[in-house]
Design a protein around this ligand. Structure first.
Ligand code: DX5
Ligand code: ZN
Length: 220
């Protein structure tokens, strides 16, 4: 299993998004944080902007929906061309139905857990999804510190994925850096979202390569 690096454009210059996407052309996918000022206390962008990002991005888009009523919105992001769409368990009334709808539309289906949401109730749903997003900060803002207290949740999920013989990605999002990425990988995460670490680097491509190498060395 290779480590995948998904830079988050939350830390990009929102006035120059096309150029900012080019800076991370070496990424595996680009992580797009959709926030509605309701599920989280921040507001970013929505359908019309993501549609334009799909059109100009050199890499596929991994859309992280931090919105209430996720079941209503998720399929619309699939239809406009995202490669992966992740809903929050806390914002979904019917995560299995929505995941099946996303897969029917030909995109990867992701399920995200806030730090205070336990993973155990969702272990029986793993076969329905392509990616579990374990938030390693409270969602809403970039530049927060990685929560090491989430490492056991990652380990529990990876063990269940192995026991069920599934090919489900585990993504970590929040505070991922050269200092923390090895611990996330060692616990079982294989998809690393990094906002401030990548966009704060003078050479974003070199930072992606460093994170990929560090994570890859600790995956097992
Ligand atoms: C936070 C977002 C993250 C954010 C991570 O709610 O979901 O994707 O961009 O930023 P860093 O990597 O700076 O913690
Ligand atoms: Zn995110």
């Amino acid at each position: 299993m290779d480590a995948l690096i998904h830079p988050s454009i939350l830390s990009a210059d929102f006035a120059n998004l096309a150029a900012e996407l080019e800076r991370v052309a070496d990424a595996d996918m680009v992580h797009v944080d959709v926030m509605d000022a309701h599920f989280v206390p921040n507001l970013t962008l929505g359908l019309p902007v993501v549609e334009r990002l799909v059109a100009v991005s050199p890499r596929p888009l991994d859309v992280h929906l931090m919105v209430t009523d996720a079941d209503r919105w998720a399929p619309q992001y699939a239809e406009l061309g995202a490669a992966s769409v992740t809903i929050h368990a806390e914002a979904s009334q019917a995560p299995i139905r929505t995941a099946r709808e996303l897969r029917r539309l030909g995109v990867r289906a992701g399920l995200a857990l806030r730090p205070a949401t336990p993973v155990e109730p969702f272990l029986p749903l793993l076969a329905e999804i392509d990616m579990l997003l374990v938030m390693t900060v409270e969602p809403g803002f970039g530049g927060q510190s990685f929560l090491d207290s989430m490492l056991p949740k990652i380990r529990t999920a990876r063990q269940a994925i192995r026991e069920q013989d599934l090919d489900v990605w585990i993504q970590v999002d929040g505070g991922v850096s050269e200092e923390t990425v090895a611990r996330a990988a060692e616990a079982g995460a294989n998809v690393m979202v990094a906002g401030s670490a990548v966009y704060g680097a003078s050479d974003a491509g070199a930072e992606i390569a460093r994170l990929r190498k560090l994570a890859g060395a600790h995956l097992h």
